[in-house]
Write a protein that binds this ligand. Structure first.
Ligand code: AP5
Length: 223
């Protein structure tokens, strides 16, 4: 019998674990739309929408944006036709309350198979990775000045390998903000992970190895 359930993949892990990086690989291999709540919020900030103006108050400090704003945003996104056969969530759910809302959403509770993948890395590596991250504001490609170096430069600026745009440093990648984001992760992670464990859908991968090795572990889980 053909399995017609929607495939829902959830990437969990601390800031800098490699969720966005691996999401791009998963999207390409498994043809699942990538829903990054951080990315949707950053787009809203860039466009100056009411959601963006509100979200910026929290994001620039590294705090979480209120749950009600996030859940409305996610519900809106999964109504789009590209999500009919499944979706890859990156950065959502983020705490116990959002986990409850996630599993209660009709999109998830009806005819769906959920697989959550926690990318595990130690705190020391988070600061190292995020302080060297560069990102493309146009096509959203993610680089690292140590681990995934962009090929081209224009003067002092790095350019995106993919679309040639000038790469930028994310507003929340300042060391003090990274430290707060890590604290917020640790304050919320335990009940979040316990929630997914209780649902029997959690897999843990070692995130401290190469980009390719992390992806291999994920493919083994998803295939
Ligand atoms: P969000 O955009 O979700 O950020 P995050 O969870 O903090 O995660 P990052 O995007 O920083 O890291 P990542 O794990 O994707 O790592 P990446 O692949 O880039 O959220 C931002 C903010 O939005 C939050 O702080 C909050 O305010 C708000 N928000 C978002 N969702 C929310 C929600 N649901 N509720 C409330 N608020 C919400 O990799 C990092 C770096 O490491 C890169 O340079 C990369 O090249 C490198 N790298 C990756 N993998 C490897 C590897 N294996 N080896 C070496 N380098 C690697």
């Amino acid at each position: 019998m053909i399995d017609t359930k929607k495939r829902i993949v959830v990437l969990l892990g601390p800031p800098g674990a490699g969720k966005g990086t691996q999401a791009a690989y998963i999207k390409e291999k498994f043809h699942i739309p990538h829903i990054s709540t951080g990315e949707i919020l950053r787009d809203n900030i860039d466009k100056g929408t009411p959601l963006g103006i509100e979200a910026h108050k929290f994001m620039h400090k590294g705090d979480l944006v209120p749950d009600d704003l996030i859940i409305e945003m996610v519900k809106d996104r999964v109504r789009q036709p590209d999500c009919a056969e499944g979706a890859l969530f990156d950065g959502f759910p983020r705490n116990e309350e959002q986990s409850e809302m996630f599993f209660d959403m009709e999109y998830v509770s009806t005819n769906a198979k959920v697989c959550a993948i926690l990318i595990d890395i130690p705190d020391e590596e988070v600061i190292n990775r995020l302080s060297n991250r560069r990102y493309c504001p146009s096509c959203k490609s993610i680089y690292n000045l140590i681990y995934k170096v962009p090929k081209n430069k224009d003067g002092d600026s790095y350019l995106c390998d993919n679309c040639g745009s000038e790469l930028v440093i994310r507003d929340d990648d300042k060391v003090e903000t990274i430290k707060n984001r890590l604290k917020v992760f640790h304050d919320t992670a335990e009940p979040l992970i316990a929630y997914f464990t209780k649902k029997n859908v959690l897999h843990i991968v070692d995130g401290i190895t190469s980009l390719e090795e992390v992806f291999k572990q994920i493919v083994n889980i998803l295939e």
